[in-house]
Design a protein around this ligand. Structure first.
Ligand SMILES: Cc1cc2nc3c(=O)[nH]c(=O)nc-3n(C[C@H](O)[C@H](O)[C@H](O)COP(=O)(O)OP(=O)(O)OC[C@H]3O[C@@H](n4cnc5c(N)ncnc54)[C@H](O)[C@@H]3O)c2cc1C
Length: 334
């Protein structure tokens, strides 16, 4: 009997590279004969050819792309679509990335099937003989890994937070993949029950944190919200992105979209700058394995210096300004 894993994904939310990591991770962890991994990609615009070609190389049995204007910034259409697709596919497990948006969708879908839902897991353990799933998830402020066993659930629902894209290598498969680009016509989720009165969308953030090769990490050591402008200027000069520690988000300096770490985003830059970042484990969890870490901190004993390749004991904002000046004059000469 086939063992079917259904991976629902959202084109404008999920980075294709993260999706690749997730799929190869699932492929690696679930070693069972007759495994079938099915990816459904929901999109409100045409999926680019380069992304389709990349997806075709991934270790999946089937890819279906659903394009429909309804797949926009609110959950209901996805909930209806994914529910219908689960009823058709009848998967053993539904596993997705850990974006806030998909978590809010899958929580409601899981409830419809009266199943539990394990979120933000960092590892998956699959028992080949029983086909039982369990997951690991940081608990007690990240000090232990809790094991979550899934019992008596007709379908296993989970989201995975994969630490490092580079760790998840896979052998490209040849594209025996069926791509169905179809319009989902019988999507009637609203039927008068829900009326949109007003749409108040968060400011469109174009920071590309997850795919950035250079990340300018900023922590409480920059002291003043005003100083964030230097981080953005530096990111702009280096074609990078800005990421921050949790306190900056908690203080309302920036949106959660910018937060790196255990309860934020997982990034995978080649170069990570840490300006006024203490180096707490919850933050470092999210920075991947950069080839180069350059840290600036006033405290010579700061935790961040234990992992940095270059450390500068100085005021973070002053060094940001000096870097901007130096890179500007360098770039002028190019
Ligand atoms: C369950 C849980 C989940 C969490 N998830 C996350 C997460 O996803 N992401 C995250 O970031 N945190 C997370 N945290 C919080 C985390 O533990 C740390 O508290 C946080 O990362 C610290 O942020 P910080 O380094 O900016 O601030 P601080 O710890 O206050 O450190 C500021 C640093 O700046 C230095 N400094 C001060 N003045 C200057 C100056 N003028 N110039 C240069 N350096 C200076 C200080 O020496 C210090 O090292 C989580 C915590 C818990 C319990």
């Amino acid at each position: 009997m086939e063992h079917v894993i259904f991976v629902p994904a959202i084109y404008h939310v999920d980075e294709i590279s993260q999706l690749a990591s997730l799929l190869s991770f699932i492929d690696n962890r679930i070693a069972v004969k007759d495994k079938k991994i099915i990816l459904y990609l929901y999109s409100n615009r045409q999926v680019e050819d380069k992304d389709i070609n990349y997806l075709k190389t991934l270790p999946v049995s089937q890819i279906v792309i659903y394009e429909n204007d309804l797949f926009s910034d609110w959950e209901q259409p996805y909930i209806e679509a994914i529910t219908q697709h689960i009823n058709t596919i009848k998967p053993h497990a539904v596993i997705s990335t850990s974006s806030d948006f998909i978590k809010s969708i899958l929580a409601r879908v899981a409830a419809r099937f009266s199943c539990g839902f394990a979120v933000d897991c960092t590892d998956l353990i699959f028992d080949e003989s029983t086909h039982n799933y369990s997951f690991l998830k940081p608990a007690y402020a990240g000090n232990i890994n809790a094991k979550i066993s899934v019992k008596n659930s007709s379908i296993v629902f989970a989201t995975l937070k994969i630490k490092n894209v580079a760790e998840c290598s896979f052998e490209a498969v040849d594209s025996k993949v069926e791509i169905v680009e179809s319009l989902f016509e019988d999507l009637k989720p609203f039927s008068g029950k829900i009326k949109i009165i007003e749409k108040n969308l968060a400011q469109n953030i174009d920071n590309k944190l997850e795919s950035a090769k250079i990340v300018i990490g900023v922590g409480r050591g920059i002291k003043d919200k005003e100083n964030l402008k230097y981080a953005f200027e530096l990111a702009n000069l280096l074609n990078g992105a800005v990421g921050v520690t949790r306190p900056l988000v908690d203080m309302g300096w920036l949106d959660k979209e910018y937060q790196i770490g255990q309860s934020g985003k997982i990034v995978s830059p080649q170069i990570y700058f840490a300006f006024g970042v203490s180096g707490a484990v919850h933050h470092i969890y999210g920075i991947g394995n950069p080839k180069l870490i350059i840290a600036v901190n006033k405290n010579k004993d700061a935790q961040i210096f234990k992992i940095a390749h270059y450390g500068i004991v100085a005021d973070a904002t002053s060094i940001m300004k000096s870097f901007i000046k130096a890179f500007k004059s360098r770039l002028k000469g190019c």
